[in-house]
Design a protein around this ligand. Sequence first.
Ligand SMILES: O=C(O)CCC(=O)C(=O)O
Ligand SMILES: [Fe+2]
Length: 135
Amino acid sequence: MGLAEHTDPAFIISLVQNMDGGLQILTHQGQWINVHIPPNAILIQLGDQLELLTNGKYKSHVHRVLVDTYKVERISIGILHGPPIDEFVAPAPEFVDDNDPLAYRGITYSDALEANDRYEFEVQSCIDQLRILPI
Ligand SMILES: O=C(O)CCC(=O)C(=O)O
Ligand SMILES: [Fe+2]
């Protein structure tokens, strides 16, 4: 049991947990690494809307949760810090130039949440569908 691999919506996500362990992040090299959150710490993750706004300069990382729910009682509280619900989020002009051409199409935050199946987290994020592929 756990949570399938996905990225989170929002600009940033704050995460607090009652125990260490379970969360894994996929590195750029394609390896899963364990995340250790010290007691009483808040983990700040980067979300899809930040990747969109910065035209990919900051990445919304793929992560998953592996836990044996028969053995541990794990409580994890994630809070999404996003734009206003109807805000259209697209790469800001400051992040787009000849070296970094437009890499994503924009989407309203509400449509992005809808594409992520609202607050169901057991889905991949929609960020892959917003990438403009090089021709
Ligand atoms: O429980 C965790 O460590 C992360 C949970 C998570 O990825 C999520 O709720 O989107
Ligand atoms: Fe997540």
